[in-house]
Design a protein. Structure first.
Length: 320
């Protein structure tokens, strides 16, 4: 099927009317979440003169912009009826609230990271030949379909187009990415060991080395506990970030979404050590995975010599 035939082009540019609906609502607005996405949404709402009235989280904490972050039960005790704004990326979790009588409506804003900067018909027209060339140069049908699903989601401001192409097997289980018994796996963004667990299963425990990079001390501690508990061998935990030079960086602590942030950011930050993969791994790597919330390009530059030398398999997150 051609690139043109795969596109679902709306007759008119789709406008997100969430703000207009919120402005006309008489019910309190409650934010669900207090992390990075909630911060982005808070600023968007503030810019559009929409006020939130309370904040709750599944893991209540001290405060969020002057609001005490409380439990959902506390919200229900305070308000008879209210609107709910999803302040995180796990939209499917909202299903558990849809039938509750307390909630008038559930809101989300399409891609708060790039608010009002999504693909529109003018962008598609101006970049059509580049996107078509990318489509035609992808090696397999699933990759081509996934690309078009992503474009359609942005054109129509609706993630439903891409839902069928979300793959639970992120890094393993593909014929073109088979693991060898001498694999040296480099896990940039090791978190608490989720990729490690998948790797051990996919490799049947046969590999040479596993470098796990996790600069978030809390995550790294949980990772080390997991390794100790399961007596996993040849795992090298590095509490540093992958970068293009040896340096220190300002780092946002936000669980699975922890990331490098500008030093002027108002969010809770710490200073972390960072270095190049060329140094961290000593030039060893047969497979490099990166899901590091926007630091991928810097990390790749810091792995240039290792990549040239070993030509490793690369699984790089490109959507940040």
């Amino acid at each position: 099927m051609s690139f043109k035939d795969m596109l679902v082009i709306p007759q008119h540019d789709v406008i997100d009317d969430t703000i207009e609906r919120l402005q006309s609502s008489k019910f309190p607005l409650v934010m669900w979440g207090s992390g990075e996405i909630a911060e982005l949404l808070y600023n968007i709402l503030l810019q559009n003169r929409c006020n939130i009235d309370a904040v709750f989280s599944d893991s209540p904490q001290a405060e969020f912009h002057g609001f005490n972050v409380v439990s959902f039960d506390e919200i229900c005790g305070k308000y008879e009826k209210f609107n709910l704004m999803i302040g995180h990326g796990l939209y499917h979790l909202a299903d558990r609230f849809k039938m509750l009588p307390d909630i008038v409506d559930i809101y989300s804003i399409f891609d708060p990271y790039h608010y009002n900067l999504s693909i529109d018909k003018a962008f598609l027209e101006n970049n059509y030949h580049v996107l078509e060339s990318l489509y035609e140069n992808l090696a397999d049908e699933k990759s081509r379909f996934s690309l078009c699903a992503y474009i359609n989601a942005r054109l129509n401001k609706n993630w439903r187009y891409i839902q069928p192409y979300i793959e639970s097997r992120q890094y393993f289980g593909y014929d073109f990415m088979r693991l060898g018994e001498d694999e040296v796996f480099v896990d940039c963004g090791a978190y608490v060991g989720d990729t490690l667990a998948d790797f051990l299963h996919a490799s049947n425990g046969r590999y040479k080395k596993y470098f796990a990079l996790e600069p978030d001390i809390s995550n790294a501690s949980a990772l080390e506990s997991y390794i100790t508990e399961h007596r996993i061998k040849n795992i090298f935990v590095k509490k540093v970030g992958a970068w293009d030079q040896s340096t220190t960086l300002s780092f946002l602590l936000d669980g699975i979404c922890s990331k490098v942030m500008p030093s002027e950011s108002p969010l809770k930050r710490v200073t972390i050590m960072a270095d190049t993969l060329d140094r961290i791994c000593g030039g060893e790597a047969t497979y490099i995975k990166m899901d590091i919330e926007g630091a991928e390009m810097n990390a790749l530059r810091g792995a240039a010599e290792t990549i040239k030398k070993n030509k490793p398999k690369l699984a790089i997150s490109v959507y940040h």
